[in-house]
Design a protein around this ligand. Structure first.
Ligand code: AMP
Length: 191
């Protein structure tokens, strides 16, 4: 089972990723979480990533692609994984295609969370207060939405053309959204 979860910043990808991963017994791999862990530990990768994250920009593909390649090669991901926050650019889509082809695997589905953008900005500001994320100031939040629209939203059409997209309304209670996703993925075998 190899899944992606996509959607604008603040749509609840991370929360839902955890539920989906549990349901299918696969690791949820969040590039944002890996970057934040590296920032926290002060690794060279963290130092490099932080400059971009704090500005709401994407970390360069050269850094991100290698990180994902290494992570999905780890033993716990041998039976599948759910990627949260990757791919985010067309170049990353191609890179992931290459990684999957090398191991003779393919994606089973791409869950796309849809949400109202005003509501998302409100959610992000609330999260910033709770978690104290350095990349969650109002300007940065706005920049992240812009970058998402320009760089990442076009990827939905790419995966839609491959017949992989499962669009799910991301608004409402967390539990309701989880139910919707579970229903959307009901036909997929746990393999
Ligand atoms: P997230 O937690 O997914 O919102 O990611 C937080 C930040 O990490 C993003 O705003 C980017 O700066 C960086 N990041 C996460 N994933 C990627 C990616 N696939 N490509 C480039 N930058 C990323």
């Amino acid at each position: 089972m190899r899944l992606l979860i996509m959607g604008p910043p603040g749509a609840g990808k991370g929360t839902q990723a955890t539920f989906i991963a549990e349901r299918f017994g696969i690791p949820a791999i969040s590039t944002g979480d890996i970057f934040r862990a590296n920032v926290g530990q002060g690794t060279p990768l963290g130092v490099e990533a932080k400059r971009y994250m704090d500005a709401g920009e994407y970390v360069p593909d050269s850094v991100t692609n290698n990180m994902v390649r290494n992570r999905i090669a780890e033993p716990d991901a041998a039976g599948g994984f759910l990627l949260d926050g990757y791919p985010r650019t067309l170049a990353q889509v191609e890179e992931l295609d290459g990684m999957l082809a090398e191991s003779d695997h393919k994606l089973d589905a791409v869950v796309v969370l849809t949400a109202d953008s005003d509501e998302l900005v409100a959610r992000l500001l609330q999260r910033a207060q709770i978690e104290g994320r350095a990349d969650d100031t109002e300007d940065v939040i706005r920049r992240r939405q812009e970058v998402y629209l320009a760089e990442t939203e076009p990827l939905i059409a790419v995966y839609d053309a491959r017949g992989l997209v499962r669009a799910v309304d991301g608004m409402g209670e967390v539990g309701e959204v989880t139910q919707r996703i579970a229903a959307e993925l009901d036909d997929i075998d746990e393999n």
